[in-house]
Design a protein around this ligand. Structure first.
Ligand code: HEM
Length: 492
């Protein structure tokens, strides 16, 4: 009761302040649906905002404005508007809007995702560029990803004829890949919920859950200081738990390295201890690894792979082409990442999946660091800016027959997702572009290729794949709802 009263009073105060000071300052904002007093457009929001905003863009154009509670949000929905935000005015829109639940001291300072573009952020991105995502590093760890995919094959072979929720297998495999790249340990045991590093697993799940839950303080920031729903405390507890697990692993490794006969593991821990990084740098790297890489990398890659398998289920002619390409290039042996340059159709399939199902449909929200003129409108300082990558990927002005899943469209095209072709921007662009693109591409390509190379699958209860309804559930990432269940059958 007390919490509700405080919330109501805070909303009232914030609304009065908004009515007095807000709304009159920025006359040249992009147009948008008329906001209601106090709540703005909040009550008009649907649970599929990416699709709803695509419809709004048809009415209001490249840029439109929403009032969400007391917050002003501008949405860019065309390649031209996206280019203005992430290229022309990259510096001004390089601010990150940090969700209220994540506004926890060490969380922001030690995160690439949530920090503003300050020296610490630059340093963390540099560590990523020079230590984690180098071509050499990615190639040297290919065997880890390949081994984990083979374990997935073994697991699925044991499940032939049974119904399997594919995202659980993919997510588990991805988390184990990360666990092994970073500290040479599995986090999940496929099919056995009770095993693996339970503590780490629980923290990771919780963080993902919190990322997907709504916090009213994001619409009425005046509520933020009270942490009324305890989300921030939960994030803090999770982070503390993750850091404790890391700390223990790091100390264990340092002691092991001093022993005679220590066998190198060549994971991130070894690499940064070898590189002579000091404790601060190592801590930064671990925090980035545990928090940003696990957090930003697993759910996005798992969601994309699940969408790819869903599209392949509905489009057996695409699956057949990938399989035939794999037969020609790979033959009977397992797929390797070094095969990818010779698998153009597989690569086109990954692009086509990301075009139709970008896992973060609005990228990650940016914040205007200053007032800025964009396409003849004025976007005020501190305004949140979203780019609707989902709408851009489906707009018939940008794509022929946009709702058809057709990797062929990329075979003769140079359009890529590296942040310079604004009709395909699942990874964002500019200085905040996703640093994990090379790794994400390897994960997703390897998982799809391994599935197609080793298995045929049908839907449970003999359901006709053309009747598979794909529903999108919006959270921090775009989920498939209900998750895809398949019945695998080994090809070998
Ligand atoms: C399909 C897979 C993925 C997609 C679609 C994706 C997408 C994105 C997007 C849209 C952003 C925000 C970009 C912007 O603001 O312009 C981002 C940021 C980020 N991503 Fe990814 N991501 C994926 C996988 C990964 C992986 C595998 C990693 C790491 C291993 C990763 C690490 C990060 C980090 C650290 C940031 C924050 C960058 C910053 O704010 O400076 N992502 N990602």
């Amino acid at each position: 009761m007390e919490v509700v009263t405080v919330a109501l009073v805070a909303v009232l105060i914030s609304s009065i302040l908004y009515l007095i000071f807000g709304g009159t300052h920025h006359k040249n904002l992009p147009p948008g649906p008329k906001p209601w007093p106090i709540v703005g457009n909040l009550l008009q929001l649907s649970d599929r905002p990416h699709s709803q905003f695509a419809e709004l863009a048809k009415i209001y154009g490249d840029l439109f404005t929403l009032r969400l509670g007391s917050e002003t949000v501008v949405v860019a929905s065309t390649p031209a508007a996206a280019a203005e935000i992430i290229k022309t005015h990259d510096r001004i829109f390089s601010g990150r809007y940090v969700f209220q639940s994540f506004r926890v001291k060490n969380n922001i300072e030690n995160s690439i995702v949530w920090a503003q573009c300050n020296d610490s952020w630059k340093n963390l991105r540099k560590i990523c560029r020079t230590e984690i995502f180098t071509q050499k590093m990615i190639e040297s760890q290919a065997h880890v990803r390949e081994r984990k995919c083979l374990e997935m094959v073994e697991y699925l072979k044991g499940k032939q004829g049974e119904e399997v929720k594919i995202v659980e297998v993919i997510f588990g495999t991805l988390v184990n890949i990360f666990g092994n790249l970073i500290f040479s340990q599995n986090v999940f045991k496929l099919g056995d919920e009770s095993s693996g590093s339970t503590e780490m697993k629980e923290h990771l799940w919780k963080m993902l859950e919190l990322g997907n839950s709504t916090n009213p303080a994001d619409y009425f920031p005046i509520l933020g200081r009270f942490d009324l729903f305890g989300h921030r405390k939960e994030v803090l507890d999770c982070l503390q738990g993750i850091y404790n697990v890391w700390g223990a692993m790091l100390n264990e490794r340092k002691s092991a390295m001093k022993l005679a006969g220590y066998e190198r593991k060549n994971d991130f821990v070894d690499i940064c201890l070898d590189a002579g990084l000091n404790d601060d740098q190592i801590n930064s790297l671990f925090m980035v690894s545990s928090h940003d890489l696990f957090g930003a990398g697993t759910e996005t890659s798992a969601s994309t792979t699940e969408w790819a398998i869903t599209e392949l289920t509905r489009n057996p002619q695409v699956t057949a082409k990938i399989r035939s390409e794999l037969q020609t290039v790979v033959g009977e042996r397992p797929v390797k990442e070094s095969d990818f340059p010779n698998l153009p159709y597989l690569q086109a399939t990954v692009k086509e999946t990301l075009r139709l199902h970008p896992p973060t449909p609005f990228l990650l929200p940016r914040l205007a660091l200053d007032t800025c003129q964009v396409l003849n409108y004025t976007i005020p300082k501190n305004c949140q800016v979203m780019v609707n990558a989902w709408a851009i990927g489906r707009d018939p002005k940008n794509w022929t027959d946009p709702l058809t899943f057709s990797p062929e469209r990329f075979l003769e095209s140079k359009v890529d997702f590296k942040g310079t072709d604004f009709e395909l921007i699942p990874f964002g662009g500019g200085r905040r572009i996703c640093p994990g693109i090379p790794l994400a591409n390897q994960f997703i390509s390897l998982l799809i290729a391994t599935m197609v190379h080793n298995f045929e699958w049908v839907l449970p209860n003999g359901m006709d794949p053309s009747r598979l309804i794909m529903e999108e559930k919006f959270g921090l990432t775009l989920q498939k709802e209900p998750p895809l269940s398949i019945v695998p059958k080994s090809i070998a």
